[in-house]
Design a protein around this ligand. Structure first.
Ligand code: RIB
Length: 327
């Protein structure tokens, strides 16, 4: 069983020509409302991939809390929700013509997902085969879970959004899955090139010891651990509509594959496929793929498309450098 602990948000998505600039007032061509939040998206992603999922979250005592609870009940998820006297979490999302997004979150009830609630649900967490966490609930709660359950089962921590305080304890996670901007925040610097960022990720992994998966979106994904490092190429030729939630889809698929006993290389390749599919439709939780969709995309891929190179092997490393320079 996979236990997801994290946020649920009411997502308000505005389709815009370009992301709004400082001081600009622009008009959106479409408004959509969805069940979202990184925790909810990841729980739904796990359920849609047919794994048993328990979801511990916090919903507001407002209209949106009722809406979100009803929506969550449409999925095969065991839901354990805290209901503080607060607004539900909300996310205000702009998506531009290229499918690129920008998100502002109001945490609301997610900010009340505290240690007491975790203790009230210890009977669930103690049965987990794998725990999935993200950064939209208080860091103190995530740290508490990492400390209490980190020795009992693997924990995947998605530091999204990332804040520097996470560096105090982040190494307790088995797997860390930052994207580029989150990795910049955690490593405390900006990078001039992908190559430079990927090399920095190698050093960062050595300094903390957790397995590090650097999610690079349309540029693929790099993996570093104490024993191996590899790069997974992105899926070419996808018709991208909306990248929102692609990181969530990646994490759900990674969790499902690891829990079912896949090795890390196959698990990361599966996650890259799943997140690629999620970019091909609008919305977040609604865009999480099923296992059938992932298998269909895999069968369509050209046999000549390179999937993975070993970063510790000189020849493969050159293949990867060539790829980066072509970008
Ligand atoms: O990762 C996508 C999610 O980020 C959205 O659903 C939104 O709620 C924000 O949490």
């Amino acid at each position: 069983m996979i236990v997801v602990v994290g946020s649920t948000n009411f997502d308000i998505v505005l389709k815009v020509h370009h992301l709004t600039r400082e001081g600009e007032t622009s008009s959106a061509s479409l408004l959509q409302q969805y069940l979202g939040g990184k925790g909810a998206n990841q729980a739904i992603g796990v359920a849609k991939l047919n794994s048993k999922c328990c979801f511990l979250t916090s919903l507001g005592n407002d209209w949106a809390g009722g809406f979100l609870s009803n929506k969550l009940s449409e999925f095969d998820i065991s839901l354990f929700a805290n209901r503080p006297d607060d607004f539900s979490g909300q996310a205000f999302i702009e998506v531009d013509d290229l499918g690129v997004n920008r998100i502002i979150i109001y945490p609301g009830a997610n900010g009340s997902l505290n240690k007491d609630f975790i203790d009230q649900n210890s009977h669930i967490l103690s049965k987990a085969d794998l725990i999935l966490l993200q950064g939209e609930i208080p860091w103190s709660t995530n740290l508490y879970i990492l400390e209490k359950y980190g020795n009992k089962c693997p924990i995947i921590f998605d530091p999204a959004p990332a804040v520097p305080i996470m560096l105090e304890g982040i190494e307790k996670a088995t797997y860390l899955t930052p994207n580029e901007s989150e990795f910049s925040i955690l490593s405390g610097r900006q990078y001039k090139s992908l190559e430079e960022m990927i090399e920095a990720a190698r050093l960062f992994q050595r300094s903390i010891g957790s397995n590090l998966i650097l999610k690079l979106g349309e540029n693929g994904c790099a993996y570093f651990s104490d024993t191996e490092s590899f790069f997974v190429f992105p899926i070419e030729g996808l018709e991208v509509v909306d990248t929102t939630g692609a990181g969530d889809s990646f994490n759900s698929a990674l969790a499902v594959a690891l829990e079912s006993g896949e090795n890390i290389r196959d698990a990361v390749k599966f996650a890259v496929l799943a997140s690629g599919i999620s970019t091909m439709s609008e919305g977040t939780s609604s865009a999480m793929p099923t296992g059938l969709e992932v298998r269909k995309l895999k069968s369509k891929l050209s046999e000549n498309q390179p999937e993975l190179v070993d970063l510790d092997d000189t020849e493969s490393y050159l293949q990867y450098v060539q790829y980066l320079h072509k970008k």
